[in-house]
Write a protein that binds this ligand. Structure first.
Ligand SMILES: [Zn+2]
Length: 227
């Protein structure tokens, strides 16, 4: 085949179905059959289409791999979460017990003066190594509001006067604490030894009138403020 004919021949392969050129046709007669080329192209197109559809249906294998990995991670997460749930259920089933280090808070509401008195106490020996239900049995007058091996909180109402009403007064320039009962009768409770020397004029004025304080804890913190 001459060089020029070869060039035309390749041109014909590429555009054989479009070409309407006499030179091409004459060459096609010798070397190619347009129909055959058409069939070959058709077959190639069908195979390519088939591969494309097949590829789309089965999905990208790398994406599948990634999805598989993700789903296995999800499964692991689920298993871990289930384990956490199971262990938390087990903890609540296995009742905690009080220890010698458990701190007990007793909260009493005194209905006559409407005061809440809160007391923190070290645990009594008889209440050590008790579950919540055992503690309920032993302290029937109390409602258990919080229960853990570190701390227990119990509350109850009492139709009484709290008897923790105090009055701070000045006597001979020294702060004295009085206890005030439900009838308003004052009895000396404590000599603080705190003199007016370092007190402000405002404090001295208030102490001269008398400062009423409810609860032992408030009394202690107020005295500390004056010291
Ligand atoms: Zn009270």
């Amino acid at each position: 085949m001459r060089e020029k004919e070869i060039q035309i021949y390749y041109f014909c392969i590429n555009f054989s179905f479009l070409v309407n050129n006499t030179k091409c046709k004459s060459i096609q007669k010798g070397w190619f059959d347009l129909k055959k080329i058409g069939i070959v192209i058709g077959v190639i197109l069908i195979i390519a289409l088939g591969m494309y559809i097949g590829f789309k249906i089965s999905g990208d294998p790398q994406t599948n791999l990634a999805e598989d990995k993700e789903s296995s991670i999800d499964n692991t997460k689920n298993i871990i979460q289930e384990n956490i749930q199971i262990s938390s259920v087990e903890t609540s089933v296995n009742d905690e017990k009080t220890t010698p280090n458990t701190i007990i808070t007793y909260k009493t509401y005194y209905t006559k003066c409407k005061h809440y008195i809160q007391e923190y106490k070290d645990i009594d020996a008889s209440l050590v190594n008790c579950t919540e239900s055992e503690l309920k049995e032993k302290c029937r007058n109390w409602n258990i509001e919080k229960f853990s091996s570190q701390e227990v909180e119990m509350s109850r109402d009492e139709e009484k006067f709290c008897n923790q009403h105090y009055k701070l007064k000045l006597e001979n320039n020294v702060i004295v604490v009085y206890n005030v009962d439900e009838n308003g009768i004052e009895t000396e409770y404590e000599q603080t030894g705190i003199t007016t020397e370092y007190l402000t004029e405002e404090d001295i004025l208030r102490l001269t009138t008398g400062i009423i304080i409810y609860g032992k804890e408030n009394l202690t913190s107020t005295i500390e403020d004056y010291e």
